[in-house]
Design a protein around this ligand. Structure first.
Ligand SMILES: [Zn+2]
Length: 304
């Protein structure tokens, strides 16, 4: 059985974001029953409910482990253990990798990443904390387009190349090769298919094909409109300019995927400026009426 759970559903910064007093962040602080607070994006997957794979590693990972018993060490396995069998990195963005540094207490870890993402992390001296003892880190190279198995879980993972470059802190390492810096994932087990694309820079024919036939697709829900961030905070970029197709409008994600045949369509990676966070807003109703779901922290496939 394919177990899949979202432990965090916000974009970078979370909801509320520490330095933001926009109307949605204010509501998340004052009226959390209206606008639910959210941790930063984190998904986990398992075939047996015992060993788990992290899809990226959020800056909120420690809280997410303590809030979810399936990720905690079992005392029957001695004083040091973890049910975390590996971490799949789909980019080198800080929001996706900072959690790896939180797992540095001499615990052997398996990291799945492209050669470029590995090089980016290894170029950063902080990550030497993960190489203090022999075999602390085991790297498994991901090649875009080439399926691989997550450990011995039986889960087949196909990395889908996406447009995108390395983050600002590592831009001098970039090679420009599509898929080395940013990936979507197709997870398959016993006939079930899950597409995981929390970042969608462009809806291409290949991406539509990738979603087709999925039992559930987790899709970039960062922004409702292209100008949303800019309208809330002057001087900030447009959504598309930072690699996120907005949800609304004729050229938005909802319209572009309307005719594509797949089952459950779920938005994740929601920025604190996005009006879909408030169930009283028109944007929220438009999303629900179009047949989409908005994942909350703790969302589980087969239980939601
Ligand atoms: Zn805000």
């Amino acid at each position: 059985m394919l177990h899949f759970k979202m432990l965090g559903t916000a974009a970078g910064g979370g909801v509320p974001q520490w330095n933001c007093a926009c109307s949605l962040c204010a509501l998340a602080r004052e009226s959390p029953e209206t606008v639910k607070p959210r941790l930063q994006l984190q998904a986990i997957v398992s075939s047996d409910g015992e060993g788990w794979y992290l899809l990226n590693a959020s800056p909120d990972l420690r809280f997410q482990i303590e809030a979810n018993p399936e990720l905690q060490p079992d005392p029957r396995n001695g004083r040091r253990s973890t049910p975390i069998r590996g971490i799949v990195l789909t980019s080198a963005d800080l929001d996706q990798i900072l959690g790896v540094l939180l797992l540095r207490e001499f615990q052997p870890l398996t990291l799945y990443a492209t050669a470029l993402v590995r090089k980016t992390l290894e170029a950063n001296s902080f990550f030497r904390m993960l190489e203090r003892v022999p075999n602390q880190l085991a790297w498994v190279e991901i090649v875009p387009g080439q399926p691989f198995e997550l450990g011995h879980s039986g889960i087949r993972c196909t990395p889908i190349p996406l447009a995108g470059s390395l983050p600002f802190y590592a831009r001098e390492l970039d090679t420009g090769e599509t898929g080395q810096a940013s990936l979507g994932l197709l997870l398959e087990h016993e006939g079930r298919r899950i597409a995981y694309t929390p970042t969608v820079p462009e809806i291409t024919p290949e991406l539509k094909e990738f979603y087709r036939g999925a039992d559930a697709a987790f899709v970039d829900g960062t922004f409702w409109s292209d100008a949303e961030l800019n309208c809330t905070h002057a001087g900030t970029p447009m959504a598309r300019a930072i690699g996120h197709v907005p949800l609304g409008g004729e050229d938005g994600t909802i319209a572009l995927l309307r005719e594509v045949d797949f089952q459950r369509r779920i938005f994740v990676h929601i920025n604190n400026t996005n009006p879909i966070l408030d169930p009283r807003r028109d944007a929220y109703r438009a999303v629900i009426e179009a047949g989409w779901e908005i994942a909350d922290d703790g969302w589980q496939l087969d239980r939601s």
